[in-house]
Design a protein around this ligand. Sequence first.
Ligand SMILES: NC(=O)c1ccc[n+]([C@@H]2O[C@H](COP(=O)([O-])OP(=O)(O)OC[C@H]3O[C@@H](n4cnc5c(N)ncnc54)[C@H](OP(=O)(O)O)[C@@H]3O)[C@@H](O)[C@H]2O)c1
Length: 343
Amino acid sequence: MQKINIILVGFGRVGQAFYELLKEKYDYCRERYGLFLELKGIIRKSGAVLLSGTRKMVSEAGAAGEEKAELSSWVQTFSLVDLLDEFKSGVLVDCTPSDLVTGEPGYSLIKTALSRGWHAVTASKGALVVHPSELEAEARRNQVALKASGATAAALPTLDLGLHSLAGAEIMAIEGILNGTTNYILTRMADGLSFSRALMEASEKGIAEPNPVQDIEGWDTAAKMVIIANKVLGTAIKLSEARVHGINGLTEEIMTRAARIGKTIKLIGRCSRETPGEPWKVEVGLALLNPDHPLAAVDGSNKGIIFYTDCMGYIVLSGGKSDPRGAAAALIKDIISIYWRDF
Ligand SMILES: NC(=O)c1ccc[n+]([C@@H]2O[C@H](COP(=O)([O-])OP(=O)(O)OC[C@H]3O[C@@H](n4cnc5c(N)ncnc54)[C@H](OP(=O)(O)O)[C@@H]3O)[C@@H](O)[C@H]2O)c1
């Protein structure tokens, strides 16, 4: 049995889903993996709160009132460094916004945690897109883990498959539907809805973020593909090198024409190279898929990825619909993977 200290940064949709799922999974993680996942503090932009640990929150019947009291006492008087130094070791969980230009606030938060010997798991893409090698080096220097399932299609285990299940196989190309919002919009447009109506529906259902520009313009897909490629292929591709086209400009007429010739339109992220030895390229754009293409049937807010390999054929993974609970589950999976010996 092992007690794990957890500090959560960011308490928006994903951070709150993580908080709830951690309580829900506390007993399961203890019984199945021998891990006590203890949330010790939460930091958000508007304040911080110190907690007595997950066990206390899920145990006694009276804990609900106490938990409410704990969660209502946000203060500005302590920082991430205070918490890291107080609890000595554990995992930082980063659920802050993804800034694909500066990498902040994730970069500073993760670097601070790694440099103090804490592991980090992140749902945020910014830091890993802007400063991947610095953070990997910091993690290696301090002999801690930096995990990013939550930032790479979350409930769809893209990195686990690419890094572990395909070990030994040479990956020739990677292709995927990595953004649930745009896939939902395309699915509903194929059902006959206009772009604006499909987007409105995605927002009403909580699938689209309040500002879905990065999704619609393809940058979210590109960022995920860059992180996956750099981790799985060991490349150093920059987001600025990617060729990116989104789903903006797509009309009902184009969708109808595609349907008439029996094709499906999908937003595909791709990482490939002309020949071995050539540089890898990341591209994002709309593709006309035949009905028998493995990604053609990935619908709604689901996602999918294909790894083309030299000796295992092509491996397809699909599902993992986009939502904060799926992202929270990916964060918990990453924490388990750090500590559970049999992973
Ligand atoms: N939504 C999804 O389904 C999903 C799925 C996978 C990955 N992601 C990624 O997960 C991350 C979080 O997404 P979200 O939807 O939960 O975002 P959100 O609802 O906007 O929440 C962001 C949180 O980060 C906090 N924050 C902002 N700047 C901070 C700083 N400098 N220091 C500490 N905390 C700070 C905010 O604090 P305040 O509360 O004080 O404003 C807020 O609690 C993003 O990077 C997103 O791309 C989201």
